[in-house]
Design a protein around this ligand. Structure first.
Ligand code: ADP
Length: 484
């Protein structure tokens, strides 16, 4: 294997259940998308194993929930310190299984760790309320209590951070956790468990159950009465399935689903800043994030100059193996991802769009694809309505603000939106009008642990990060005290 780690014990292939490292009767292979090389064979757990992990989390919950916030926070802080201390290795594992360039993978580790740091601090701040009584002899007190066992299902595009964003608030407020990582990227999750164990997080509090059979494990997590809540990041399609499956037991849910982010550039924008923002919002993680700019609306007066500058910056991106120095665009995750990108480009070109940069597979072969800029794109093309999840920047021309807003909102998704303008009144108007949970204004990068991440419409339910992020893992209980 080309995977050289300072601490090879971080490359764990067994499941982590109830504080034990366990094998399964079978395994599944994990491959490096840049080389096709097999990196590891990982324990492939089944439904009974998942039920066992849920039992362990259920049994661990009372002792974990009874700790003070400060005590839980101290353990999370230790976990955070270990993630930072091992960031280089964690990033190597991440690049090997997912493909993103190593510096970007390292950035993800720091981003994921920041949620553990943040919620280690927030653990002490789960405040209730005291409400003046409605009768003279009554006092009303509101408590916030952990929901219980949390089941988590996460995607491959951020193998570390998607789990960190969920497990950190859950553990901070006293929940216990069963994580089913994406089958393409289980190694980052298992490495997190290695460090959680070293940090002294008690047995059963954080469990990782790799499995090749997502739907079987998903069914168990949704149906099991000991699971109080499901937290999921992934497609809207699978989000709908999980929501249906959770209806029998009325589970609480957090869903971070698909996006179709509009990125609007008004003619009063700082064009160079807008190009820079578009580069980040479009090409970060090779276009494989749910908040990636999917459709770029540019006002007619600056359309040509914006297109030219974006194409020129796009040409300078460096496609290659994420372990190579200077590479900014790794491989796409798999062949299906490349096919989708090709289909979106073909559809747009068939309806009159023009490829001004890229447009084809890279001569590196495999799943490497050339970052692509399309001009002459219209709202009738697939790129305007479906999440491309790849390095394609479709530029759509518009005349007026109202037209841009109407096209931007013409979507069942509502995760992120971006726009560039220097007119303060327009900034307020457009920010309020966009039907998205998050708006980047004169910036292409909005993700941070201190702000609430999440979507509206069919992009999901709930928020991750910030002071609001704890609420998703808490129940409100009200005490009505009489005879006073
Ligand atoms: P993506 O396109 O990002 O892979 P998916 O929604 O397909 O989005 O996958 C997100 C996660 O959900 C992955 O870990 C995947 O294995 C898992 N998954 C896929 N189908 C199901 C299902 N029917 N039930 C539970 N989990 C599923």
């Amino acid at each position: 294997s080309t995977l050289k780690l300072t601490d090879p014990s971080l490359l764990e292939t067994r499941a982590y259940v109830n504080g034990e490292w366990v094998e399964a009767g079978k395994t599944f292979a994990v491959h490096n998308p840049a080389t096709g090389e097999q990196i590891a064979e990982v324990a492939d757990l089944g439904i009974a194993d998942a039920a066992g992990a849920i039992d362990a989390a259920y049994a661990a919950k009372p002792a974990w929930a009874v700790l003070t916030g400060k005590e839980r926070g101290a353990l999370l802080r230790r976990w955070y310190d270990l993630m930072i201390g091992n960031a280089d290795d964690l990033a190597r594992i991440l690049t090997a299984e997912m493909g993103k360039p190593w510096p970007e993978a390292r950035g993800e580790i720091l981003y994921g760790a920041s949620f553990i740091e943040w919620f280690a601090e927030e653990a002490k701040r789960v405040y209730g309320d005291v409400i003046p009584g409605h009768q003279r002899d009554k006092r009303i007190v509101v408590l916030k209590q952990p929901v219980g066992v949390v089941g988590s299902i996460t995607p491959w595009n951020f193998p570390n951070a998607m789990i960190a964003r969920k497990v950190a608030p859950a553990l901070a407020v006293g929940c216990t956790f069963v994580a089913r990582p994406a089958e393409l990227t289980p190694l980052s999750a298992l490495a997190m468990a290695v460090l959680a164990e070293r940090a002294g997080i008690p047995a059963g509090v954080f469990n990782v159950i790799p499995s090749s059979d997502a739907s079987a494990i998903g069914k168990e997590l949704c149906a099991n009465e000991k699971v109080a809540k499901i937290t999921f990041t992934g497609s809207t399609r699978v989000g709908r399935i999980l929501m249906k499956q959770c209806s029998d037991t009325i589970k609480k849910m957090s869903l971070e689903l698909g996006g179709n982010a509009p990125f609007i550039v008004f003619d009063d924008a700082d064009i160079d800043a807008a190009v820079e923002g578009a580069m980040i919002a479009k090409y970060r993680n090779n276009g494989q994030t749910c908040v990636c700019a999917n459709r770029i609306y540019v006002q007619t007066g600056i359309y040509d100059i914006f297109a030219e500058k974006l194409a020129s910056r796009t040409r300078a991106l460096s496609v290659g193996d994420g372990f190579e120095e200077g590479v900014t665009i790794g491989p796409l995750i798999n062949e299906a991802a490349v096919k989708k990108v090709e289909a979106h480009i073909a559809d747009a070109v068939g309806k009159g769009a023009e490829v001004v940069e890229g447009g084809t597979r890279s001569n590196l072969g495999g799943t490497f694809f050339r970052p692509t800029v399309l001009t002459g794109v219209t709202q009738t093309m697939r790129v305007a309505h479906e999440e491309t999840f790849g390095p394609v920047a479709p530029l759509i021309r518009f005349e007026h603000e109202a037209e841009a807003i109407s096209m931007a909102n013409d979507s069942e998704f509502g995760l992120a939106g971006y726009f560039y303008s220097r007119d303060h009144a327009r900034v307020w108007r457009v920010a309020e009008a966009l039907e998205t949970g998050m708006v980047g204004i004169n910036t292409g990068l909005i993700s941070t642990e201190v702000a609430p991440f999440g979507g509206i419409k069919q992009s999901g339910l709930g928020r991750e990060g910030s002071k609001f992020g704890s609420d998703d893992f808490l129940e409100i209980k009200y005490l009505c005290m009489g005879e006073i």
